[in-house]
Design a binder for this molecule. Structure first.
Ligand SMILES: C[S@@+](CC[C@H](N)C(=O)[O-])C[C@H]1O[C@@H](n2cnc3c(N)ncnc32)[C@H](O)[C@@H]1O
Length: 273
């Protein structure tokens, strides 16, 4: 398949970091996520990932956080087979292909129109999977999404690009659209934002980060009374760390003693409403 990619904006281009992180995880000797589809997409597009300088730590953290986000979405779908799934800032991720999606569920992949157009050409259509090309900050796109059903909303790599006000108003719109559901995303503390702005592996997105960082996972509970924290998932405490290469396993074990350091790369926040 030959696909000529449009010129993405730097913000849209950020999708390569996570996509290539998962592809490289799949090519490693002990994959954490084992996402063969991301790998295939990178091969098909013949993307030169060397220029991203993805290091082992970033690759492991991208793969592990995707796995944790998948688990939350998968558990929700097992309990609510008629759910609506929203994957916000989806890029070229194929989370639906990593999960068992019940026939009654509807899955919505949302990203800017240019990204959505590439997705539609690259990833085979499916009657229950829909692509919405929109800026998530615009209120109108939710009109295309059914209401009255439980929803699980996932965002991998998106929230750092929204200001806090934009995030609050997006969440409030989502929470008033659905009767109940769960929200899960990778989050950043103020320190993690500082690290992302200065690390070599995230240099390409350093100037695009707008979220100031959040040190208290309960803070969003004050943004909307329906919102309750279910769990903060600190990646260095997760069992998959045992599968990391020895040096990185030791690194994670050491930073696990410090909340500040273990939230440094990224951690996952899971809420219900
Ligand atoms: C770091 S990438 C992550 C992509 C994907 N979730 C993944 O894990 O591979 C961030 C994505 O968010 C999208 N994005 C950023 N701001 C957005 C916005 N305001 N509306 C829609 N998409 C947005 C970008 O286009 C990009 O695809």
């Amino acid at each position: 398949m030959t696909i000529t990619l449009p010129a993405f904006t730097p913000l849209e281009d950020s999708l390569w970091l996570t996509l290539c992180g998962r592809a490289l995880d799949n090519r490693s000797s002990r994959p954490i996520l084992g996402d063969a589809t991301s790998d295939q997409i990178v091969r098909t597009l013949d993307y030169d990932y060397d220029k991203l300088h993805i290091d082992t730590n970033f690759r492991l953290s991208v793969a592990l956080r995707a796995k944790k986000l998948d688990q939350v979405v998968g558990d929700f779908l097992a309990r609510h087979p008629d759910a609506v799934v929203l994957d916000l800032g989806v890029g070229l991720d194929t989370r639906h292909a990593r999960l068992t999606v019940p026939a009654r569920a509807d899955w919505y992949d949302v990203d800017f129109p240019a990204v959505a157009a590439v997705r539609e050409r690259l990833i085979p259509a499916d009657p229950n999977r829909h692509v919405i090309g929109a800026d998530v900050r615009d209120p109108g796109w939710l009109d295309a999404v059914p209401t009255g059903r439980p929803a699980v909303i996932v965002a991998d790599g998106l929230m750092g690009f929204l200001s806090e006000d934009e995030m609050v108003s997006l969440w409030n719109r989502l929470l008033s659209h659905f009767p109940s559901g769960e929200l899960v995303f990778n989050a950043y503390t103020r320190f993690a934002v500082w690290v992302a702005r200065h690390a070599r592996g995230t240099k390409s997105v350093a100037g695009l980060m707008r979220f100031p960082g959040m040190d208290d996972p309960r803070k969003p509970e004050s943004w909307n009374p329906k919102l309750r924290l279910v769990r903060e998932i600190v990646l260095s405490n997760e069992p998959e760390v045992a599968e990391f290469p020895p040096r990185w396993r030791l690194f994670q074990r050491l930073i696990a003693h410090s909340t500040t350091l273990s939230r440094m790369a990224s951690f996952v926040l899971h809420y219900r409403f």
